[in-house]
Design a protein around this ligand. Structure first.
Ligand code: NI
Length: 174
């Protein structure tokens, strides 16, 4: 196993639309090794999700936590189930040391294949839905900074020091 290098903002691989994995290749040594390495990498960075493009592999594979359980999603499809949005402050290993507010759909349906090629079909709400949408965006070349309220962007030390910025806050002119 190996800890993989993370592609950061500006690397073209993060902006590509990733290729589907043919189902008959899911159990191949190459894909299984990548899954094992991504697992180790995500744990090392203490992340809750990692998409293959973030480790320079432009294929539709993500590893993420759902309700504290790790899952592998291959060729995932997301369906929005509500018009209700949920706002949270997101970060990304590919956009180091930053946070910003992003509004996401509060409940989604996820259809995918697991690491054995078996079909998955489940609902995700709130934090789980946020994680799924963030990771699956990576497969389409989309980063959270594309979707965030840019007025809330903060470097991590400032975020920790001052807390989440209120986008409606008006600085006084004194
Ligand atoms: Ni990310």
């Amino acid at each position: 196993m190996a800890i993989l290098r993370i592609a950061t903002l500006g690397h073209p691989v993060l902006r590509r639309v990733a290729d589907p994995i043919p189902p008959d290749q899911i159990r191949s040594p190459a894909v299984q090794q990548l899954i094992a390495d991504m697992r180790e990498t995500m744990a090392d960075y203490d992340g809750v999700g990692l998409a293959a493009p973030q480790v320079h592999q432009s294929i539709r594979l993500v590893i993420l936590e759902q309700s504290g359980q790790e899952m592998v999603l291959i060729n995932p499809e997301i369906t929005f189930l509500t018009s209700t949005a949920v706002r949270s402050f997101e970060g990304c290993l590919s956009v180091p040391e930053m946070r910003a507010a992003v509004d996401r759909c509060a409940q989604v349906r996820v259809q995918a294949l697991d690491e054995q090629g078996q079909p998955l079909d489940f609902m995700a709400s709130d934090f789980d839905a946020i994680v799924v949408q963030h990771e699956c965006d990576h497969l389409d070349g989309v980063l959270y900074v594309d979707r965030c309220d840019t007025r809330t962007l903060a470097f991590l030390p400032n975020y920790r020091r001052y807390g989440p910025l209120d986008p409606d806050f008006q600085p006084s002119e004194e």
